[in-house]
Design a protein around this ligand. Structure first.
Ligand SMILES: [Zn+2]
Length: 232
């Protein structure tokens, strides 16, 4: 994606979020407070920036909102992964699924997707949905996290590959996302759909930034074949 388009998309997303409905002022919050000074209250007490609300709010994190966004994207990816690897053993860490590593591992870390191929190669795929300014940091953190798992897979005689991929919370994919999807059929369509899910779910999170998280079912696109181009 051209840099110009990235900036246009990010600006459009910002306008969209900031034009969303606003909660009533908290009793400790002066009524005349300017929007850029608003605080994430009553939970966090820090500036209610887009960056904070979409990715770093402890209240939203603990309520499961960020996991809901992550799993909504993961669920959409699952269908494509199954169709691409019909002869492989696939584990996807989604609610209600039976997820089990195909070998014993001493660490508690489990990647979102495990694909065991018939030639004993094994792909570990970890999806992260960071703010776009943190795409590289998120990638490096996750790569380090799975070092032990990679070693353990090798001792089991497997040929492991680790793919830490990122879809920004405002729908901007990382270059590692693009690299991993390069082997997929219709990869541009899949990227566009997952980007739309990231943007839509982040918008829902923004709307619930100072209310009780409603724990909705995972988000699905009503018409995946008709995601408007302007979403990206
Ligand atoms: Zn907060």
């Amino acid at each position: 994606m051209a840099q110009h388009n990235v900036v246009v998309a990010a600006n459009r997303a910002t306008i969209r979020f900031q034009s969303g409905p606003r909660r009533p002022p908290h009793e400790s919050e002066p009524l005349e407070m300017e929007s850029w000074l608003r605080l994430c209250l009553p939970q966090c007490g820090v500036k209610e920036t887009l960056h904070h609300v979409l990715n770093h709010c402890a209240h939203l994190l603990n309520s499961g909102a960020y996991t809901w966004r992550h799993n909504s994207i993961l669920q959409h990816m699952a269908t494509h992964i199954h169709s691409k690897h019909p002869d492989s053993q696939i584990q996807i860490d989604l609610p209600g699924s039976t997820y089990q590593l195909p070998f014993h591992c001493d660490t508690a870390w489990r990647p979102d997707i495990v694909i065991l191929h018939q030639d004993h190669s094994i792909d570990f795929v970890e999806l992260t949905v960071p703010f776009e300014a943190n795409l590289t940091a998120a990638h490096n953190r996750k790569t380090t996290k799975y070092g032990t798992l990679m070693q353990q897979a090798k001792t089991e005689g497997l040929i492991p590959r680790l793919f830490c991929i990122e879809m920004g919370s405002r729908g901007l994919p990382s270059k590692d996302w693009q690299s991993w999807l390069a082997t997929f059929k219709h990869r541009k369509q899949l990227t566009k759909q997952c980007a739309a899910i990231a943007l839509e779910t982040s918008h829902v999170i923004w709307q619930h930034r100072a209310t009780t998280w409603p724990n909705p079912p995972l988000f699905t696109l009503s018409d995946p074949s008709n995601v408007p181009r302007e979403r990206l």
